[in-house]
Write a protein that binds this ligand. Structure first.
Ligand code: AQP
Length: 343
């Protein structure tokens, strides 16, 4: 992990409580959160419920989804004794800094965000202001902790670049060089972009109408095995070298998933399975995926059976997060010239 000049190393990342947490979220994000937690660096992981309300949603379902995602964090191995785990809406400094950043970010920057274009679809006029300003809130999430490193999937690269632009413009405009660090995206590992099992050219996604397109972290062993059996591939055997995966998105996706689950390089997977047909590779992948993913669902159920414990984890995490975030937001308001007279 590189150093960000003048700033203590600190890791922050978030996941939306929008249900259907899938293998892409796990391999691209949560599994790596757990790895970072074991290193000598402070880690904060956030259930970003303020992001979840930028698209149409059911308020009654949101509270459950927030607890469910926290249960998934715990089930995947995040430990409240090692990481600060909390939900965003309980730490008001995120929203406070967002307003300042709304006045720093430029409309032209937001107009270039591809996720907004994808999510708003053709009827852009009817999209919420929140979904348009989503990346500004994300910048505030990160910078309110002066986080230096952000483990995310590939789809968040553009938003991280925007966070860096906002941090540098704030520092420059207000003559506060180095107040905010320029956060570095950590987009690493074999599966930074897990693709749909039904279409290897599309990202595995929570909102895909086909449940067969994704492995949910709540899937049981049968469902996982069935989805891998039905995964889209091609008639050729697996190649022995990575170049042989070019133009074969379905095959490339399954190899990347295997490599990430087994913590081995893709080249090693191909050295083992090159020349074999999918009828041999898919059962091996299914066995590995069941071994790694199916126990998560069981542990999630155990955590969800004790919502009071989940709430206590989030309450404690929010207090610890607030202790870092509130002074940063206060300093940023002062730097921006806003009069603070209350103690
Ligand atoms: N397919 C993916 N491969 C690798 N990483 C992924 N992430 C999401 N999809 C993949 C990473 O998961 C983290 C949390 O993402 P989020 O909560 O913001 O969810 P999302 O990106 O909205 O998830 P989806 O599935 O993409 O939802 P929809 O369908 O609503 O668009 C992030 O680090 C993200 O990069």
């Amino acid at each position: 992990m590189g150093e960000t000049v003048g700033h203590e190393r600190r890791v922050f990342s978030g996941v939306q409580p929008t249900g259907n947490l899938h293998l892409g979220n796990y391999l691209g994000a949560v599994k790596r959160f757990v790895e970072m937690q074991e290193q000598d660096v402070q880690t904060l992981y956030c259930v970003v419920d303020l992001h979840a309300i930028t698209m149409p949603y059911d308020p009654r379902a949101l509270r459950h989804a927030t607890r469910e995602l926290t249960a998934a964090f715990l089930a995947c191995g995040l430990d409240p004794a090692k990481s600060i785990l909390f939900n965003q809406s309980q730490v008001p400094a995120h929203a406070e800094l967002t307003w300042l950043f709304n006045c720093v970010a430029r409309i032209g920057w937001l107009n270039r965000m591809t996720q907004f274009k994808d999510k708003a679809g053709k009827n852009r006029e009817a999209a919420s202001v929140g979904i348009y300003a989503y990346p500004v809130l994300m910048a505030a999430d990160i910078l309110v902790y002066k986080a230096t490193h952000v483990p995310v999937g590939e789809d968040q690269k553009q938003h991280l670049e925007l966070a860096r632009d906002i941090a540098s413009k704030f520092n420059l405009d207000f003559g506060a060089p180095d107040f905010f660090p320029l956060p570095e995206p950590m987009i690493e590992g074999a599966a930074t972009r897990v693709m749909s099992l039904r279409d290897g050219t599309k990202k595995m996604s929570k909102s895909d109408p086909s449940d067969l397109s994704r492995i949910n972290l709540t899937d049981d062993a049968d469902a996982i095995a069935q989805k891998i059996r039905k995964a889209q591939t091609d008639p050729e055997p697996l190649p022995s070298e990575e170049e042989g995966l070019e133009g074969r998105p379905g095959a490339a996706n399954l190899v990347a998933i295997y490599a990430a689950l087994a913590d081995m390089p893709k080249a090693a997977v191909l050295a083992e399975f090159g020349g074999q047909p999918f009828s041999a590779f898919k059962p091996a992948l299914a066995e590995l995926a069941v071994a790694k993913v199916a126990p998560i669902a069981g542990r999630m159920r155990e955590h969800l059976a004790d919502p009071a414990h989940i709430d206590a984890v989030l309450a404690d995490g929010a207090e610890r997060a607030e202790a870092i975030a509130a002074p940063v937001a206060r300093d940023a308001y002062e730097i921006a010239g806003l009069l603070r007279t209350r103690r």
